[in-house]
Ligand binder design. Sequence first.
Ligand code: HEC
Length: 139
Amino acid sequence: MNTLPGYPLLTGAPLRVLFGALFSALVGALSCAGCSQALPTHDEATGGNPRQGRETIVRYGCGACHTIDGVPNARGLVGPPLAGIGERSYIAGHLPNTAENLMRWIEHPQRFDPQSAMPELGVTQADARDIVAYLLHQP
Ligand code: HEC
């Protein structure tokens, strides 16, 4: 009987902690799923697939040199951060910033600026389309 007063202490509090942890894990999982669900699969400006584009950015390793919102491990500091790239007036300081020019830059940076530290990565036209679609839809 004298274990009864301890009962709520031993199970009530730890249970509350456990459920609290489960609840935040669930909310975390749901909000993360929400993030990727929010990414459209079609972008008007480029005709590309933003959701696919994020995977493509990971595949080419752009994140080694650029910080890109919403892309896991994209925290590079070699090139400029690509957050808000759609708002910038010029690409790499001199190409007028249009979706078309962004795609051309990503495919062939050295063709536009042989002095640039951004290398030719062999990005295909279709991949550049998806990449730019994502860049214009960053969270
Ligand atoms: C080896 C490092 C490196 C890699 C890898 C790299 N970049 Fe870059 N990138 C740069 C540098 C440096 C610049 C700045 C170029 C300049 O201003 O001449 C740049 C510029 C850019 C710009 C123009 C940014 C601006 O603000 O004007 C975009 C867009 C871009 N990169 C996208 C990409 C994408 C997409 C990938 C992957 C396919 C990629 N980069 C891979 C180094 C890199």
